[in-house]
Every structure is written in C-alpha cells, then in structure tokens.
Design a protein around this ligand. Structure first.
Ligand code: FPP
Length: 231
C-alpha cells in the first residue's frame, strides 16, 4: 500500500476562501477547522501514523490583533470540544512551537489535552502553534551548547540523530509527504530540518475545500514517486 507514515500540511488559503465569498477572514478559518477534523479522521482511516498541521506560525503574530484573537478562540474551542473525536479515533495530541507567547489559560488547556490523550496510539496529531523552524533550530543549538558547556556531551557526539532529539518533533520520524494547499510554492519556515527528504505536493485547492478525496489524490501521487534519499 505504501501509505506515508508521516504527513505534514501547510494549511493555506483560508483568507482567500472567505474573500471569494465576501466573508470575513475568520469564516475561512472556521471552515478550515472543519477540514482539520475531516483530514484527521481520513488519516486515521488510511493508517497514517503522524499528522503535523501548521496552524499558527511565529510570523503570524504580526497579523492584526483581531484575527489573532479569533484564531486562538477557534483553537481553544477546537481543543475544548473535540475530545470525542480524539477518543473515538484514538488520536494523541501534541503541540509543537514556542508556548511562551501563548495565553496561559489556553496553554493550560493545551497541556490538559496532551495529558488526556497520552495513551492514544492510532494517530499522533502534532499541531504547530507559534511555530517557526528557524526558532526551533536555534533553540536546539542553544540547548546543545548548554549541554556541551556543562560537560554533558562532547561536540563530537553531536550528529543528526542527537540534533533531531532536540527538536519539537523528537517523538516523530521525519515527514514522508509535505502537502501545501492554495498553490503557493513555499515552505514558509515549516519543519526545515525535518523535510530534507520529504516529497512535496502542492495543490491549488484552498484549505477549507481540501477533503478526504484530495488527501487520497496526494497520497496516490506520493506512491508514484521514487524516493532516492540522494542515492
Ligand atoms: C492560512 O490561511 C491559515 C492559517 C494562518 C491558520 C490555519 C488555521 C486553521 C485551519 C484553523 C485552526 C486550526 C486548528 C488546528 C484547529 P491564510 O489566512 O494565510 O489564507 P490566505 O493566504 O488565503 O490569506
């Protein structure tokens, strides 16, 4: 079958989806949450083991305050109401990113849903929130420098495996497939280290329109690619 073990998605195009319908941007994000639920279930059914979704980047903090507030309200609502989806589908939640900037009340809920789903094994759903790959790499470098300084590790022992274990994604293999919706050909500071050998699939579909059939199409194309890992 060759189902990708780990799929990462840059969920783009919510704003354009709303704009086309003369609706406020937040309506696009709201429909985007429906796609998140559908794609999570589809991944469970297809046997994907890890799904990583780019929900809010470090750069997104520069968006208008009103949009940021609405986005976090949607996220808050998603984690508070979807426990049934996670329980029924055996989904474990992780948040990856810099939590320091996130409202402490929401942070507590994030920690709670991580605890409440910790025994689920079918799918690991990583939600990248306040996430930036350069920031992630820098914090790994800082942590490793500290370990060297304290004599816990020698510089010669720092290899790719050790470095990967200092990233937010230490609990996952690298993504096999990276999907970006809405046609943009960019990686936008997402998982820069981890996608070194991922297959990239870009679709013109906007995220709120991206459904199970579109995911299957992406996987089908992935299955026809020959992965050589530089060999
Ligand atoms: C990109 O669309 C999307 C985002 C910045 C946010 C993604 C968030 C969600 C789908 C909802 C919440 C997520 C979860 C996990 C519950 P854009 O606003 O950049 O669209 P545009 O490029 O068309 O303006």
């Amino acid at each position: 079958m060759n189902i990708p073990e780990h799929i990462a998605i840059i969920m783009d195009g919510n704003g354009r989806w709303a704009g086309k319908r003369h609706l406020p941007r937040i309506m696009g994000h709201r429909r985007g949450v429906e796609s998140v639920k559908n794609i999570t279930k589809a991944c469970v059914n297809l046997g994907v083991k890890y799904l990583t979704l780019y929900a809010f980047s470090t750069e997104n903090w520069n968006r208008p305050r009103k949009e940021i507030r609405s986005l976090f309200k949607l996220l808050d609502n998603f984690i508070s109401t979807q426990i049934r989806l996670f329980n029924e589908n055996n989904v474990r939640i992780y948040f990856i990113g810099d939590r320091k900037k996130i409202d402490p009340e929401i942070r507590k809920k994030m920690e709670k849903i991580e605890r409440d789903t910790k025994d689920h094994k079918k799918l690991i759903l990583n939600i990248a929130l306040s996430y930036g790959s350069r920031q992630e790499i820098l914090s790994a470098v800082k942590a490793l420098s500290g370990e060297v300084k304290n004599g816990l590790i020698s510089p010669d022992d720092i290899d790719e495996k050790v470095f990967s274990k200092h990233l937010y994604t230490k609990h996952c293999p690298d993504p096999d497939l990276l999907i970006r919706t809405s046609g943009e050909m960019r990686v936008s500071n997402f998982l820069l280290w981890q996608i070194s050998y991922s297959e990239i699939y870009v679709t013109p579909k906007l995220w709120p329109d991206f459904g199970e059939k579109d995911l299957e199409k992406a996987i089908e194309e992935y299955q026809h690619r020959e992965r050589r890992f530089g060999k």
